[in-house]
Design a protein. Structure first.
Length: 422
């Protein structure tokens, strides 16, 4: 009897699963030849639109293959080579005659290779942008085309609208030169700084530039491709100089607004000093010892990588730019380097200066306190090179020759030194 009860429970459970499975199958499985009836296909697309809130042509861009499959339209989709674009184009009346860029985020692979597709797209863009004759295309920007789904088309032609038109509309563009698509300006138009500024303002808006740093990735080719060659000609081809002249109130600095500075830029001492003065200002450098907190990475980030490379190190670049630094300043600067040159320790004056700097950093006020300073602390304070040349006792003897230093006492004080370090 017990076995029968258990068996009955299992039977009821199995029956429940079967019902659930049947309900699930009803969503995806249709009777044979169900999709052969076009009315069923159209009804499915209406359900799809309702399920995803499609109200207009643009709304279909949010519907993809996965949405068709989720609603049980896998078999229908397979009838259209698994292309939701083909399915929609055939079953949605509003999409008849429209190119896929109107209702799909991506067009089928190879779609732009067909000239008829390109012509259809260009006709729509031209109509929406008020193009009446071929010369009117000069007022159509790349942004106008990309925003209407033509990104793939522009990419195919290296973002050259002229090449798009020549290849797609050969009859209409016969004898057309690139200059026709550029806005014609008066002979002395670019002599006015206001006109040059208006051009750069429009370029910044098109490229989404909101601050000086945004110009770092804009190339001269980018400017020329948008009709700015004549503007740059006023500045010997230098975009940085154009920006500095046009936006004087924004203090455009060459190393900040350009990824690459002009050739021989760092050969000018004034440029090297001006750059390092900006570095000092940004990092709060008030005196020589403050440079120790400024790393080479920070300088490279500001555009000074080539400067460091030419000088050999950041410290050498600083010493070259600030010739007024005293010998003591130079020692402090070198001692602030992560790696102090071995030749530095050959000069007794440098050793003495280092010992005095250690006294200040560790607040040493009597000779006895030196016995609690460990070699580890000396190394951490950039004195590893010193210890490779001499012992701490020898260095102290140079700094304080009248003091009697017990070399053996330094060895006995290792434990106390570690305690001091902690």
């Amino acid at each position: 009897v017990r076995r029968g009860v258990i068996g009955g429970r299992q039977e009821r459970m199995s029956s429940g699963k079967a019902v659930a499975a049947g309900e699930e199958k009803s969503k995806t499985n249709r009777p044979p030849r169900y999709w052969s009836d076009r009315d069923n296909c159209v009804a499915f697309v209406k359900d799809l639109a309702e399920a995803h809130g499609v109200k207009d042509v643009e709304g279909w861009k949010a519907v993809s293959n996965k949405h068709v499959l989720a609603l049980g339209g896998g078999a229908l989709l397979s009838r259209y080579s698994n292309s939701s674009q083909r399915l929609l184009a055939d079953l949605v009346p509003e999409l008849k005659g429209l190119d896929p860029t109107c209702y799909r985020n991506k067009v089928p692979k190879g779609w732009w290779d067909d000239r008829e597709n390109r012509v259809s797209f260009l006709e729509r863009v031209g109509k929406e942008c008020g193009v009446v004759e071929i010369a009117d295309w000069q007022k159509v920007t790349n942004k106008d085309i990309v925003s209407r789904g033509g990104g793939g088309l522009m990419e195919k032609y290296n973002f050259s609208l002229f090449d798009v038109l020549k290849d797609s509309l050969p009859m209409e563009t016969a004898g057309l030169s690139r200059s026709v698509l550029r806005k014609q300006v008066a002979r002395h138009h670019w002599d006015s700084v206001e006109n040059r500024r208006a051009f750069l303002d429009s370029l910044a808006e098109e490229l989404g530039i909101t601050d000086p740093a945004g110009w770092r990735h804009v190339t001269v080719a980018d400017v020329c491709a948008r009709g700015g060659a004549a503007v740059l000609a006023k500045y010997n081809g230098s975009l940085a100089r154009a920006l500095q002249d046009v936006y004087r109130e924004k203090r455009f600095i060459e190393t900040e607004c350009r990824k690459q500075v002009p050739q021989n830029y760092w050969e000018e001492p004034a440029n090297r000093r001006a750059f390092l003065e900006r570095v000092a200002e940004r990092h709060g450098v008030k005196e020589v010892r403050d440079w120790a907190a400024v790393g080479a990475d920070a300088v490279i980030e500001m555009g000074g990588g080539t400067l460091i490379q030419k000088a050999g190190s950041l410290q050498e670049a600083i010493l070259d730019a600030f010739a007024e630094y005293s010998e003591e300043d130079k020692r402090l600067l070198i001692m602030g380097r992560r790696i102090v040159p071995g030749s530095f320790w050959k000069e007794e004056e440098n050793v003495v200066a280092f010992i005095h700097s250690i006294e200040r950093k560790l607040s040493i006020s009597s000779p006895e306190e030196w016995y609690r300073v460990s070699n580890l602390q000396i190394r951490e304070l950039r004195g590893a090179g010193l210890l490779s040349k001499m012992s701490l006792a020898d260095a102290l003897h140079m700094a304080y020759p009248d003091e009697k230093w017990d070399k053996a006492a330094f060895g006995r004080s290792v434990k106390r030194a570690a305690q001091r370090h902690l």
